[in-house]
Ligand binder design. Structure first.
Ligand SMILES: Nc1ncnc2c1ncn2[C@@H]1O[C@H](COP(=O)(O)OP(=O)(O)OP(=O)(O)O)[C@@H](O)[C@H]1O
Ligand SMILES: [Mg+2]
Length: 466
């Protein structure tokens, strides 16, 4: 069975109220009962003692029976209870109601009184209901010479207690019901944001990433949850857009080399149909397109691998100088072909905790760009130095540079400033996207400063990872 939050809340409050009222009622009723009874007893003991004192002188004398009876009746009239006077043997000498005279009584209260002790006990009798029996000794000097026995009707007192109990019961039932109803409303009110969240999570789950919950007023936990949730769905939406665009861009980029290959093959479907010269050219062009495709697939693989094992760097103390030299060697053939020189500038050998393979790739991409976008005769500089607790790299070249308005875009996937030249330079616009991913994975900062027609410097700094 599924209980709503509101119902759970209501039941909890109901149980709490019932328990509290029950405990409260039990102790209050006990207290009332005791104090009512104590009050009654105290008053009756006083009256009984008054009668005991006034009857003491006449108790030994059997002749005084009528006078004692008069005293008992007199007291009974004033107090409204039945008074009996007994001698030492428990023989009734006087009875305000008259009928017990001459009988010997042996109620426990009377026996206590004859032993010199006051006693009082409430009883419930089938005929009369609640009765209080009470007895005090009658003294003559220090000797107990008899007892005064009182039988009082306490039914009115019990009735009053019953009424209090009934009222308490009604009161608790009413307040319990009220609290129950209020907490049902409270529950519905409190769970409204949760319901909205459930709906929103369902929408996001079914792919509607643009869905947002309107933020409830107030700064409570629900407001915060809603904000966090909306942030999360905004991020999911952004990621989803990037993914969609990436797939669209990648397929679009794949189209052009595939189209070129098809066109090339169509130009000479059979070897006999073209001259050896044309044929050689065809193979060369096919090789060029195949190479471009291979580099695209390689770059895509690199990117997906970086994203696949996010944060999975293989950090090792690595000789940074060795990496720089390896980069220079790797880029040298292209540089030589373009008539561009590569110079490394660093303060001897330094060891730094980093993922050597990935940082190598970063530097190769930056140096490759610098070489590609430098005119012949220029020199590319690759340098690094330690600044405080950060390792600072830079790759600089002189050339056309990057227009300031393009700087924010160049790190995006498939972005090239001059698309028309991409065939000549052979790039896909993925190099800097890879650079950015790797530097961010290292917790580093990446930057670029470029004067169009002047110097372009790419920099990044890595913290000392442990
Ligand atoms: N040193 C530089 N000088 C001038 N422009 C640059 C330089 N480095 C990058 N760019 C610009 O930034 C764009 C994006 O660079 P990126 O490395 O991502 O792509 P690419 O070099 O064109 O292709 P790929 O690196 O995938 O082969 C380049 O197309 C180029 O326009
Ligand atoms: Mg590049």
């Amino acid at each position: 069975m599924r209980l709503s939050l509101g119902l759970k809340l209501g039941i909890t409050y109901l149980v709490l109220i019932v328990l509290t009222v029950a405990a409260f009622g039990y102790f209050t009723m006990g207290f009332f009962q005791q104090s009512f009874l104590d009050e009654k007893k105290a008053a009756l003991f006083t009256h009984a003692n008054i009668l005991a004192n006034s009857s003491a002188p006449y108790l030994r004398d059997r002749e005084q029976g009528p006078y004692l009876n008069y005293l008992a009746r007199n007291q009974a009239e004033r107090v409204g209870s039945r008074f009996l006077i007994l001698d030492r043997s428990g023989l009734v000498m006087a009875d305000s109601a008259g009928d017990f005279r001459g009988r010997v009584l042996s109620h426990p209260e009377i026996l206590s009184a004859l032993n010199g002790e006051n006693a009082a006990t409430p009883y419930r009798e089938a005929e009369y209901g609640w009765i209080l029996y009470l007895a005090v000794p009658v003294y003559s000097g220090k000797q107990v010479t008899g007892a005064v026995f009182v039988s009082a009707d306490i039914n009115p007192m019990v009735a009053r207690l019953d009424e209090i109990r009934t009222r308490l019961l009604w009161f608790s039932a009413a307040s319990g019901a009220l609290v129950f109803v209020i907490s049902l409303f409270m529950g519905a009110f409190l769970t409204r944001p949760v319901k909205r969240l459930i709906i929103a999570a369902g929408r996001i789950g079914s792919g509607d990433y643009g869905y947002r919950i309107e933020t409830p007023p107030g700064n409570d936990e629900f407001g915060e949850l809603t904000r966090v949730f909306n942030d999360m769905s905004a991020r999911i939406q952004a990621e989803d857009n990037i993914r969609k665009r990436f797939v669209a861009d990648a397929s679009h980029e794949l189209k052009s080399p595939v189209a070129s290959i098809t066109a090339l093959l169509d130009s000479c479907p059979r070897r006999e149909e073209c001259s050896p010269e044309e044929y050689r050219e065809l193979v060369q062009d096919l090789r060029f397109e195949a190479g471009r495709l291979r580099s695209l697939v390689e770059d895509l693989l690199v990117l997906s691998r970086i994203e696949g094992d996010q944060g999975q760097l293989r950090i090792e103390e690595t000789s940074v100088g060795e990496i720089a030299e390896a980069v220079r060697k790797a880029a040298a053939p292209t540089a030589r072909a373009r008539g561009v020189g590569i110079r490394t500038v660093h303060p001897g050998d330094i060891y730094w905790p980093l993922d050597g393979e990935k940082i190598f790739r970063v530097l190769v991409n930056l140096v490759d760009n610098a070489v590609k976008y430098s005119p012949a005769g220029e020199e590319v500089t690759l340098g690094f130095r330690v600044q405080g607790d950060r390792l600072h790299f830079y790759v600089a070249n002189r050339g056309a540079g990057i227009p300031p308005e393009e700087v924010p875009n160049i790190f995006e996937r498939f972005y090239r400033v001059d698309k028309a030249r991409s065939r000549e330079t052979g790039g896909w616009g993925l190099g800097l996207a890879i650079v950015k991913e790797i530097v961010e994975l290292h917790g580093g900062d990446l930057g670029v400063a470029s004067e169009p027609g002047g110097e372009t410097v790419f920099t990044f700094e890595l913290p000392r990872l442990t």
